[in-house]
Design a protein around this ligand. Sequence first.
Ligand SMILES: [Zn+2]
Length: 206
Amino acid sequence: MPAHEPRPGLPLRIEPDGWLADGPGLLRRPSPNHDARPGDEAPYLLVIHNISLPPGIFTGDAIIDFFQNRLDFASHPWFENIRDLRVSAHFLIRRDGTIVQFVPTVLRAWHAGASSFEGRERCNDFSIGIELEGTDTLAYTDAQYGRLDALATAIRARHPIRAVRGHEHIAPGRKTDPGASFDWKRFEQGADGHETTHHRHHPGGR
Ligand SMILES: [Zn+2]
């Protein structure tokens, strides 16, 4: 396998500065759509999202351009729907498992918008956002589950994460991602089928 291809089973590590240590299949594309966490609070919530631009299209770099405020909104009619939005997650996991990081985990990325978790508003203040390239209805890829597991493990080694939720759970009625296409049970069991105690906070049954 060429060195530049994603390696789903390869462990990942987050440096003290909040960036992933360099490795195969990892891209760093800094986004200006972030600021400091209030009080430099440690993030304790992981938020799973999906995105594809345009919806259902998985080619090209429109998501990266969008999070870097350099998307040509005239290049596709659908982009009018997101014109001039200033948003970014910390991470994007593409269909082939490539991980793109936009914002260091120690900083506040603008991914969740109006949201609430356990009665506390503004989840961006205390969360880390991971986008899966996809839609609410199309199954995510094996490569994405493998890399998500490795990424979540690396994040937990660096930050006191105690819960994982979908965007749909912290912004119900407003957001629907990652949708029914996200297999929470598979995520909780990890890439190698291990049952992890830290994934007990299942968002189902709410
Ligand atoms: Zn979302």
